[in-house]
Design a protein around this ligand. Structure first.
Ligand code: GLN
Length: 554
């Protein structure tokens, strides 16, 4: 029978609940347990697809086209399992389901209420993930205990204990133990208040994970144990880790997975912890931090650079490639809107000092000309460049304008009157007015050209990547652009849609219509990021040509 772990958070947001849940997931997986994870989000948007990345960070897309919370990215990277749209539920999606049922008459004339109808729907979302193949479902409840929006979720998860039995449910509560410098003490009061609040909703936590910048002493653990009514071994000190990939080991050393296995009555002899592969990963992570490890500087030419969470998976994918190459990756945030001014100034500019760039996805016109200029600069100066989704669009626009003689070429997303709409909606999409749910979303296959750089990188010619976009390279321009030298190295199986492009003569100028960053895992980096980094390393080590003074460019 499937068992259920619920992770809630108290005191403050941004404590790393997602990372704690993911790390616990990894530890249980290292014990041979079969698990899946899900996130319950108390906001009212039906999914995060319509949320501004400034507000909520990146939208993580699953193979089945779910637009989900970025924590699902952590889950996938840590537990190394692909999740799907049912792995994330928001208040909006839950109410929307309840209201549809009410309209259909499913409630047979009864008054529809938060308890039991909304709470039943919440429970149903979690139960749906249980099966004969799953030993544990870890569910993270978004938000903070004490929020108004979280109440129905707490009520729903509280009912689990009664529904499935005490030995099949475990509640993990994450809190903050702040250090007050003037008194030189770590304080437990916020934890006590948070646990009191949780109890007022009927949930007695089984485990309290305390986030703090310094380890929590045994004495303090005993105090929390006494005041919050959990055994001392159930108080776990989760001290700030150097790298997020260290967190599983921090929690393991604190006995978290062992304690939870005991609570859930998993036989420890049958499920011993085998952390060898994770420890090996950490060894590689640490090697990149050693003095003398090769270094590369990779620029991310973005629009949301003030909120790096907007590009979370891109950053992680770059780091994973760094682990593979044993190289430390310094991320340089480049505001797309500043690129034109940077290039126009007569001095050697910031782009010149980079070893490679990523032009990530995005929506809306702001910064697009800067991204086109960055793509052009990379193309002309031999700077390794990987374009993701909108990144591929700007590479096509640059090539059309500056190589193929299509002056004014653009995407109709930004200039509907362009004389050369090289990027446009497909004919069967043009009537689309409504912005919700009109994107090409989720996994699509692509056929890579034999012998191409991308086929070599992947080591295969049929691939699948996740998408999230509306606009496509327009088929009527394919020939003209390829005659001018642009290589369409990946196409949809019917040959209609461009999936990948590259340039034969360039060290690495590759664009993809997809979001490969979503599939990179710390112990199996994505091939395109691996290759970008290989080219960037060659440049950093002086093995690749570099135009010394950008002013030499026309
Ligand atoms: N805005 C572009 C489109 O909708 C690109 C989207 C993206 O980069 N994810 O096609």
């Amino acid at each position: 029978m499937t068992k259920f772990i619920f992770v809630t958070g108290g005191v403050s947001s941004s404590l790393g609940k997602g990372l704690t849940a993911s790390s616990l997931g990894r530890l249980l997986k290292c014990r041979g347990l079969r698990l899946t994870m899900c996130k319950l989000d108390p906001y009212i948007n039906v999914d995060p697809g319509t949320l501004n990345p400034f507000e909520h960070g990146e939208v993580f897309v699953t193979d089945d086209g779910g637009e989900t919370d970025l924590d699902l990215g952590h889950y996938e990277r840590f537990i190394d399992e692909s999740l799907n749209r049912s792995s994330n539920a928001t208040t909006g999606s839950i109410y929307s389901a309840v209201i549809s049922k009410e309209r259909r008459g499913d409630y047979l004339g009864r008054t529809v209420q938060v308890i039991p109808h909304v709470t039943d729907e919440i429970k149903e979302r979690v139960y749906r993930l249980a099966s004969d193949e799953i030993d544990v479902v870890i569910t993270e409840v978004g938000g903070t205990v004490g929020d108004i929006e979280i109440v129905p979720f707490l009520e729903a998860i509280r009912q689990f204990r009664r529904d499935v039995g005490r030995e099949n449910v475990c509640y993990v509560h994450l809190t903050l133990v702040p250090y007050l410098a003037p008194s030189g003490e770590q304080k437990t009061k916020p934890t006590q208040h948070s646990v009191t609040e949780l109890r007022s909703r009927g949930i007695q936590p089984d485990v309290i994970v305390c986030r703090s910048d310094q380890a929590i002493s045994q004495a303090l653990k005993r105090k929390i144990s006494l005041l919050c009514d959990v055994p001392p071994e159930a108080v776990v000190s989760a001290v700030d880790a150097r790298s997020i990939y260290q967190i599983p080991l921090v929690l393991h050393d604190e006995g978290l997975d062992e304690h939870i296995c005991r609570l859930l009555q998993f036989d420890l002899a049958k499920y011993p912890a085998d952390l060898a592969s994770w420890t090996e990963l950490l060894r590689r992570v640490e090697a990149t931090e050693e003095e003398g490890a090769p270094r590369v500087r990779i620029g991310i030419i973005g629009k949301y650079v003030n909120l790096p969470d907007a590009y979370l998976s891109v950053v992680e994918a770059l780091r994973h490639a760094g682990f593979y190459h044993g190289a430390s990756v310094e991320i340089v945030w480049v505001q797309a809107e500043e690129v034109l001014a940077m290039l126009a100034s007569n001095s050697v500019h910031a782009l010149h000092d980079l070893d490679g760039i990523v032009i990530p996805g995005g929506f809306g016109e702001r910064g697009v000309e800067g991204k086109i200029a960055a793509a052009r600069y990379a193309r002309e100066s031999g700077l390794p460049c990987l374009g993701l989704c909108l990144g591929l669009h700007v590479m096509v626009i640059d090539f059309a304008r500056h190589v193929a003689g299509m002056d004014g070429a653009h995407s109709t997303e930004f200039d509907p009157a362009t004389p050369y709409p090289v990027i446009d909606l497909m004919d069967d999409q043009v009537d689309v007015v409504n912005k919700g749910g009109t994107m090409r979303l989720g996994a699509y296959p692509a056929q890579l050209s034999p012998g191409s750089r991308v086929a070599k990188a992947y080591g295969q010619e049929t691939i699948s990547e996740r998408h999230r976009h509306r606009y496509e390279v327009q088929p009527r321009f394919h020939n003209k652009l390829s005659e001018a030298g642009l290589v369409w190295s990946g196409m949809s199986p019917d040959g209609r849609l461009v999936e990948m492009l590259e340039l034969g003569s360039h060290p690495f100028w590759v664009g993809t219509q997809a979001h490969p960053e979503l599939k990179s895992r710390p112990d199996s980096p994505h091939p395109l990021f691996k290759e970008l980094l290989a080219a960037a390393l060659a440049r950093a080590e002086g093995r690749a040509p570099r135009i010394l003074d950008p002013r030499e460019l026309e």
